[in-house]
Design a protein around this ligand. Structure first.
Ligand SMILES: O=P(O)(O)OC[C@@H](O)[C@@H](O)c1c[nH]c2ccccc12
Length: 258
Protein backbone atom coordinates (compact mmCIF):
# COMPACT_ATOMS: atom_id res chain seq x y z
CA UNK A 1 0.00 0.00 0.00
CA UNK A 2 1.43 3.31 -1.04
CA UNK A 3 1.70 5.93 1.66
CA UNK A 4 -0.03 9.13 0.55
CA UNK A 5 2.10 11.10 3.01
CA UNK A 6 5.28 10.20 1.10
CA UNK A 7 3.69 11.46 -2.10
CA UNK A 8 2.49 14.68 -0.48
CA UNK A 9 5.89 15.40 1.05
CA UNK A 10 7.58 14.98 -2.34
CA UNK A 11 5.16 17.56 -3.75
CA UNK A 12 5.79 19.88 -0.77
CA UNK A 13 9.52 19.84 -1.48
CA UNK A 14 8.81 21.14 -4.98
CA UNK A 15 6.47 23.83 -3.62
CA UNK A 16 8.94 24.95 -0.97
CA UNK A 17 11.70 25.28 -3.58
CA UNK A 18 9.40 27.48 -5.67
CA UNK A 19 8.38 29.55 -2.66
CA UNK A 20 12.02 30.16 -1.78
CA UNK A 21 12.87 31.15 -5.30
CA UNK A 22 9.99 33.61 -5.49
CA UNK A 23 10.24 34.78 -1.89
CA UNK A 24 7.31 35.93 0.25
CA UNK A 25 5.89 39.40 -0.05
CA UNK A 26 5.94 41.33 3.19
CA UNK A 27 2.22 41.80 3.58
CA UNK A 28 1.65 40.98 7.23
CA UNK A 29 -1.95 41.28 8.32
CA UNK A 30 -2.28 43.95 10.96
CA UNK A 31 -6.01 44.36 11.49
CA UNK A 32 -6.56 40.96 12.99
CA UNK A 33 -6.69 39.60 16.52
CA UNK A 34 -4.60 36.57 17.43
CA UNK A 35 -6.34 34.82 20.33
CA UNK A 36 -4.85 31.73 21.99
CA UNK A 37 -6.45 28.33 21.43
CA UNK A 38 -4.52 26.90 24.38
CA UNK A 39 -6.03 29.47 26.72
CA UNK A 40 -9.50 28.90 25.26
CA UNK A 41 -9.24 25.15 25.78
CA UNK A 42 -7.85 25.44 29.30
CA UNK A 43 -10.91 27.37 30.41
CA UNK A 44 -13.50 25.65 28.19
CA UNK A 45 -16.34 24.02 30.08
CA UNK A 46 -17.87 22.00 27.27
CA UNK A 47 -16.35 20.01 24.46
CA UNK A 48 -14.55 22.26 22.00
CA UNK A 49 -14.92 21.89 18.26
CA UNK A 50 -12.22 22.92 15.84
CA UNK A 51 -14.11 23.28 12.60
CA UNK A 52 -12.32 22.70 9.32
CA UNK A 53 -12.64 24.25 5.87
CA UNK A 54 -12.02 21.20 3.68
CA UNK A 55 -12.92 21.38 -0.01
CA UNK A 56 -11.60 17.93 -0.93
CA UNK A 57 -9.26 15.20 0.30
CA UNK A 58 -7.26 12.31 -1.15
CA UNK A 59 -9.47 9.81 0.69
CA UNK A 60 -12.87 11.30 -0.18
CA UNK A 61 -12.30 13.25 -3.40
CA UNK A 62 -14.43 16.38 -3.67
CA UNK A 63 -16.28 17.22 -0.47
CA UNK A 64 -17.51 20.77 -1.16
CA UNK A 65 -15.20 22.11 -3.76
CA UNK A 66 -16.93 25.46 -4.36
CA UNK A 67 -17.54 26.38 -0.74
CA UNK A 68 -17.29 30.07 0.15
CA UNK A 69 -14.67 29.83 2.92
CA UNK A 70 -15.66 33.15 4.48
CA UNK A 71 -19.34 32.19 4.77
CA UNK A 72 -18.40 28.75 6.06
CA UNK A 73 -15.99 30.20 8.65
CA UNK A 74 -18.55 32.75 9.82
CA UNK A 75 -21.07 29.95 10.31
CA UNK A 76 -18.51 27.99 12.30
CA UNK A 77 -17.76 31.02 14.46
CA UNK A 78 -21.45 31.71 15.05
CA UNK A 79 -21.91 28.04 15.91
CA UNK A 80 -19.40 28.32 18.74
CA UNK A 81 -16.26 26.81 17.20
CA UNK A 82 -13.15 27.13 19.39
CA UNK A 83 -10.99 27.61 16.29
CA UNK A 84 -11.12 27.25 12.53
CA UNK A 85 -8.80 24.92 10.65
CA UNK A 86 -8.12 25.88 7.03
CA UNK A 87 -6.61 23.34 4.67
CA UNK A 88 -4.16 25.32 2.58
CA UNK A 89 -2.72 22.47 0.52
CA UNK A 90 -3.64 23.00 -3.15
CA UNK A 91 -2.75 19.80 -4.95
CA UNK A 92 -4.31 17.16 -2.68
CA UNK A 93 -6.92 19.13 -0.72
CA UNK A 94 -7.84 21.90 -3.20
CA UNK A 95 -7.34 24.61 -0.58
CA UNK A 96 -5.11 27.67 -0.72
CA UNK A 97 -3.26 30.16 1.41
CA UNK A 98 -5.77 32.73 0.11
CA UNK A 99 -8.51 30.75 1.86
CA UNK A 100 -6.65 31.18 5.14
CA UNK A 101 -6.07 34.88 4.56
CA UNK A 102 -9.74 35.47 3.70
CA UNK A 103 -10.91 33.53 6.74
CA UNK A 104 -8.45 35.34 9.03
CA UNK A 105 -9.83 38.69 7.95
CA UNK A 106 -13.40 37.62 8.62
CA UNK A 107 -13.32 35.96 12.05
CA UNK A 108 -11.97 36.60 15.53
CA UNK A 109 -11.32 33.07 16.78
CA UNK A 110 -7.97 31.19 16.41
CA UNK A 111 -6.96 29.86 12.99
CA UNK A 112 -5.03 26.67 12.29
CA UNK A 113 -3.00 26.47 9.09
CA UNK A 114 -3.59 22.86 8.07
CA UNK A 115 -0.79 21.86 5.75
CA UNK A 116 2.22 19.60 5.50
CA UNK A 117 4.93 21.84 6.88
CA UNK A 118 8.52 20.87 6.18
CA UNK A 119 10.20 24.28 6.03
CA UNK A 120 10.35 27.60 7.89
CA UNK A 121 9.13 29.51 4.87
CA UNK A 122 5.75 27.77 5.11
CA UNK A 123 5.51 28.92 8.74
CA UNK A 124 6.30 32.50 7.72
CA UNK A 125 3.65 32.32 5.04
CA UNK A 126 1.05 30.87 7.44
CA UNK A 127 1.78 33.62 9.95
CA UNK A 128 1.44 36.27 7.27
CA UNK A 129 -1.91 34.84 6.24
CA UNK A 130 -3.22 35.19 9.78
CA UNK A 131 -2.68 31.75 11.28
CA UNK A 132 -2.39 31.57 15.04
CA UNK A 133 -1.65 27.83 15.09
CA UNK A 134 0.34 25.63 12.75
CA UNK A 135 0.22 21.87 12.35
CA UNK A 136 3.34 19.75 12.58
CA UNK A 137 2.86 16.14 11.54
CA UNK A 138 5.38 13.97 13.37
CA UNK A 139 5.25 11.26 10.68
CA UNK A 140 6.32 13.80 8.05
CA UNK A 141 9.45 15.07 9.80
CA UNK A 142 12.81 13.88 11.05
CA UNK A 143 13.55 14.35 14.71
CA UNK A 144 15.77 17.35 14.01
CA UNK A 145 13.36 19.08 11.63
CA UNK A 146 10.48 18.56 14.04
CA UNK A 147 12.43 20.29 16.82
CA UNK A 148 13.65 23.12 14.62
CA UNK A 149 10.23 23.88 13.14
CA UNK A 150 8.56 23.63 16.53
CA UNK A 151 10.98 26.14 18.07
CA UNK A 152 10.77 28.40 15.05
CA UNK A 153 6.98 28.60 15.21
CA UNK A 154 6.99 29.19 18.97
CA UNK A 155 9.46 32.05 18.58
CA UNK A 156 7.11 33.68 16.12
CA UNK A 157 4.35 33.55 18.72
CA UNK A 158 2.45 30.75 17.00
CA UNK A 159 0.87 27.83 18.78
CA UNK A 160 1.72 24.36 17.48
CA UNK A 161 -0.58 21.39 17.09
CA UNK A 162 1.64 18.31 17.04
CA UNK A 163 -0.04 15.43 15.23
CA UNK A 164 0.54 11.76 16.02
CA UNK A 165 -1.00 8.47 14.98
CA UNK A 166 0.88 5.83 16.99
CA UNK A 167 2.95 5.26 20.12
CA UNK A 168 6.33 5.91 18.52
CA UNK A 169 5.15 9.24 17.13
CA UNK A 170 3.63 10.17 20.47
CA UNK A 171 6.97 9.48 22.10
CA UNK A 172 8.57 12.03 19.78
CA UNK A 173 5.85 14.60 20.46
CA UNK A 174 6.51 14.21 24.19
CA UNK A 175 10.23 14.83 23.71
CA UNK A 176 9.26 18.21 22.28
CA UNK A 177 7.23 19.04 25.34
CA UNK A 178 4.34 19.68 23.00
CA UNK A 179 1.32 21.02 24.81
CA UNK A 180 -1.31 20.63 22.08
CA UNK A 181 -1.37 17.04 20.87
CA UNK A 182 -3.52 16.02 17.92
CA UNK A 183 -4.32 12.34 17.75
CA UNK A 184 -5.24 11.51 14.17
CA UNK A 185 -7.72 8.67 14.01
CA UNK A 186 -7.09 8.28 10.29
CA UNK A 187 -4.36 5.94 9.12
CA UNK A 188 -2.66 7.74 6.24
CA UNK A 189 -1.62 4.48 4.62
CA UNK A 190 -5.03 2.83 4.51
CA UNK A 191 -7.31 5.87 5.15
CA UNK A 192 -9.06 3.74 7.72
CA UNK A 193 -10.55 5.74 10.58
CA UNK A 194 -10.72 4.26 14.06
CA UNK A 195 -11.58 6.26 17.18
CA UNK A 196 -9.84 3.57 19.22
CA UNK A 197 -6.59 5.30 18.22
CA UNK A 198 -7.56 8.24 20.44
CA UNK A 199 -8.52 5.87 23.26
CA UNK A 200 -5.21 4.00 23.02
CA UNK A 201 -2.88 6.99 22.82
CA UNK A 202 -4.73 9.30 25.22
CA UNK A 203 -4.00 6.77 27.98
CA UNK A 204 -0.32 7.57 27.62
CA UNK A 205 -0.82 11.28 28.23
CA UNK A 206 -1.15 13.34 31.38
CA UNK A 207 -4.32 15.47 31.12
CA UNK A 208 -2.72 18.10 33.37
CA UNK A 209 0.17 18.61 31.01
CA UNK A 210 -1.34 17.96 27.62
CA UNK A 211 -4.34 19.14 25.70
CA UNK A 212 -5.65 16.33 23.54
CA UNK A 213 -7.42 17.02 20.28
CA UNK A 214 -9.02 14.04 18.58
CA UNK A 215 -8.85 14.43 14.80
CA UNK A 216 -10.77 12.82 11.92
CA UNK A 217 -13.82 10.66 11.53
CA UNK A 218 -15.98 12.45 14.11
CA UNK A 219 -19.59 12.33 12.96
CA UNK A 220 -21.97 12.17 15.91
CA UNK A 221 -22.48 13.09 19.53
CA UNK A 222 -21.66 9.47 20.41
CA UNK A 223 -18.28 9.81 18.69
CA UNK A 224 -17.58 12.98 20.68
CA UNK A 225 -18.59 11.28 23.92
CA UNK A 226 -16.27 8.42 23.20
CA UNK A 227 -13.18 10.59 22.70
CA UNK A 228 -14.19 12.88 25.56
CA UNK A 229 -14.24 9.86 27.87
CA UNK A 230 -10.77 9.03 26.59
CA UNK A 231 -9.56 12.50 27.67
CA UNK A 232 -9.91 14.69 24.58
CA UNK A 233 -10.64 18.38 25.20
CA UNK A 234 -11.49 19.07 21.59
CA UNK A 235 -12.38 17.41 18.31
CA UNK A 236 -11.20 18.48 14.90
CA UNK A 237 -13.98 18.00 12.39
CA UNK A 238 -13.93 18.46 8.63
CA UNK A 239 -16.19 16.42 6.40
CA UNK A 240 -19.12 16.11 8.82
CA UNK A 241 -19.40 19.89 9.13
CA UNK A 242 -18.69 20.63 5.47
CA UNK A 243 -21.57 18.38 4.42
CA UNK A 244 -24.03 19.02 7.28
CA UNK A 245 -27.48 19.95 6.01
CA UNK A 246 -28.19 21.84 9.22
CA UNK A 247 -24.84 23.23 10.31
CA UNK A 248 -25.91 25.10 13.49
CA UNK A 249 -27.63 21.94 14.70
CA UNK A 250 -24.60 19.75 13.93
CA UNK A 251 -22.28 22.20 15.69
CA UNK A 252 -24.49 22.19 18.78
CA UNK A 253 -24.66 18.38 18.71
CA UNK A 254 -20.88 17.98 18.56
CA UNK A 255 -20.40 20.48 21.40
CA UNK A 256 -22.85 18.29 23.30
CA UNK A 257 -25.05 21.25 24.11
CA UNK A 258 -28.18 19.52 22.80
O1 LIG B 1 -12.83 15.29 7.61
P1 LIG B 1 -12.54 14.64 8.95
O2 LIG B 1 -12.58 13.15 8.90
O3 LIG B 1 -13.41 15.22 10.02
O4 LIG B 1 -11.01 15.01 9.31
C1 LIG B 1 -10.61 16.34 9.64
C2 LIG B 1 -9.11 16.39 9.91
O5 LIG B 1 -8.81 15.64 11.03
C3 LIG B 1 -8.31 15.89 8.71
O6 LIG B 1 -8.60 16.76 7.66
C4 LIG B 1 -6.80 15.85 8.96
C5 LIG B 1 -6.17 15.43 10.07
N1 LIG B 1 -4.82 15.55 9.97
C6 LIG B 1 -4.56 16.06 8.76
C7 LIG B 1 -3.34 16.41 8.18
C8 LIG B 1 -3.36 16.95 6.93
C9 LIG B 1 -4.55 17.13 6.23
C10 LIG B 1 -5.77 16.80 6.79
C11 LIG B 1 -5.79 16.27 8.07
Amino acid sequence: MENILTKIIEQKKVEVAKLKERGLDDSVMINIVRPSLVENLKTAKSMAVIAEIKRASPSKGDIKINVNPIEQALSYERGGAAAISVLTDEVFFKGSIADLRNVSEAIRIPRLCKDFIIDEIQIDRAHQAGATIILLIVAALSKERLHELYQYAKKKGLEVLTEVHDEAELERALELNAELIGINNRNLKTFKVDLAVTERLAKLLDPKRHIIISESGIKTKEDVMRVKDAGAKAVLVGETLMTASNLPHKMAELQMSI
